[in-house]
Ligand binder design. Structure first.
Ligand code: 2HG
Ligand code: ZN
Length: 456
């Protein structure tokens, strides 16, 4: 029996897609930059079916690429060519919130927005939030250690994961979902698989910690003179605002793109070189505290604050629409953006931001570099327009600049295929040797996400 026939017998005809038209939506990433043909797309319904798929693929030595919501930005969830594409979208089961533990168990295919709504209905919240919330799935968020806008307060995905269920490449199911607050019984497999980008196992269910639900929120959009001033503002906000949960930065060029794409009015009478978005949340209304902190921060050139939900969404839109606005601008110009996600030491942030446009121009003179990011973590999203043909050179130049500043070549999007060849800029030879030994131990035939994390 062919692998496809075995997969059909296991999953049903409707969930093994071989028709090119049906496969197509799975074969290209959201930005249009990464694309490849899958041998077939399989859509298992539960852990047992995932195990059957992996046993079948292992028997034939067929490589597998794993996909959640297909919102990844480093090509880690789309085929390079010829793999079985394992979509976890149907693993959408959400267990009732465990109020005693303050935790919930979710299937890999549960969407972030669904998880948030589920937690909120039980009077709790989920600690991670990001703009792709309506499509990004829990499995992918764990696999890439996604960060987002609330890392300042709650940490990244890694801090939320207290247990996982996963299937190894040979079909073995590992279930560790108890999520005990203290559990000191050897290597922590849940944390090992968190951030492993589908290279070690397929996550099928995860146990996630929940956080208190804040009844009140306030958001400020602040015009500042530059990166250093935004950091000065952040220092005041962190000192004074225990309710601070987000601190973001974008610049005049990015804001102009967003305004054009979303037809938004200017937030202030004047344009400023940089903009910070601050968000506070708590059990009591944080608006007055936020206003006082802004009044005490000399870096503030102008500010607007919103406490009601429509007003907060209006201010967040200037920051959260950047990805879509940049993509639209790239598509209008007949291309796709080159996207890099990096982290630098906080003290190096102003100089790295200042050096980036010139660094890019050195290898792609006609390119436009749009930067934004998570101010508190000094996590920059470097988006380059008009450099599709020079993507490798641009990536190399930016990542070398970041490495020279003692930063990381991947902050929260993962290494994927996009950055695999530059892994050695962030990890030593000794470390990479250990990573490869772990890969070899869990996936000896190298069937899971080949080309992701480790260049082939
Ligand atoms: C964000 O923070 C996301 O906006 C996406 O991580 C970043 O599109 C990007 O480069
Ligand atoms: Zn981000």
């Amino acid at each position: 029996m062919s692998l496809e026939a075995a997969l059909r017998a296991a999953l049903g005809d409707a969930h093994v897609l071989v028709d090119p038209e049906l496969r197509a939506p799975y074969e290209t990433d959201w930005t249009g930059r990464f694309t490849g043909k899958a041998r077939c797309v399989v859509r298992p319904a539960d852990t047992a079916q995932v195990a059957e798929v992996l046993r079948g693929c292992a028997a034939e030595g067929a490589p597998v690429v794993i996909q959640g919501g297909n919102t990844g930005l480093v090509g880690g969830g789309v085929p390079a060519g010829g793999e079985v594409l394992l979509s976890l979208a149907r693993l959408g089961e959400l267990e009732p919130v465990d109020r005693a533990a303050g935790a919930v168990t979710a299937g890999a295919g549960v969407r972030l927005a669904g998880l948030q709504a589920h937690a909120r209905a039980a009077g709790l919240d989920f600690g991670v939030d990001l703009a792709a919330r309506s499509a990004a799935t829990v499995g992918g968020l764990v696999a890439t250690t996604a960060g987002g806008i609330h890392v300042l307060r709650h940490g990244s995905m890694r801090s939320q994961v207290v247990g996982v269920e996963a299937v190894l490449a040979d079909g073995t199911v590992l279930t560790r979902l108890a999520g005990l607050a203290k559990d000191n019984t050897g290597y922590d497999l849940s944390q090992l698989l968190t951030g492993s980008e589908g290279t070690l196992a397929v996550l099928t269910r995860v146990r996630l910690k929940l956080v208190p639900l804040a009844a009140h929120r306030a958001v400020a959009l602040v015009g500042v003179a530059g990166t250093q001033q935004a950091q000065d503002l952040l220092a005041v906000a962190r000192d004074r605002l225990r309710s601070l949960q987000a601190a973001e930065i974008c610049y005049a060029d990015g804001l102009a793109l967003v305004r054009e794409h979303n037809r938004l009015s200017a937030p202030f009478a004047e344009a400023y070189p940089a903009y910070a978005v601050l968000e506070c949340a708590g059990g009591t209304d944080p608006t007055d505290d936020l206003l006082e902190a802004l009044a005490e921060a000399p870096a503030v050139l102008d500010a607007t604050v919103a406490s009601d939900s429509a007003g907060r969404a209006r201010l967040w839109a200037y920051r959260e629409s950047l990805t879509e606005a940049v993509n639209a601008a790239a598509v209008d110009a007949g291309g796709v953006p080159v996207k890099l996600d990096v982290c630098v030491p906080a003290g190096a942030l102003p100089e790295v931001v200042a050096a980036l446009p010139e660094t890019v121009a050195g290898v792609a003179p006609a390119a436009r570099t749009i930067i934004w990011g998570h101010l508190n973590e000094a996590n920059l999203h470097v988006n380059v327009l008009g450099a599709q043909e020079r993507a490798e050179q641009v990536s190399e130049a930016v990542l070398r600049l970041v490495a020279a500043a003692h930063g990381s070549i991947s902050s929260e999007h993962g290494v994927g295929r996009a950055k695999a060849r530059w892994l050695s800029l962030s990890r030593s030879g000794a470390e990479i040797a250990v990573l490869r030994r772990i890969k070899q131990a869990l996936d000896p035939a190298g069937l899971l996400n080949p080309g992701v994390l480790f260049a082939e």
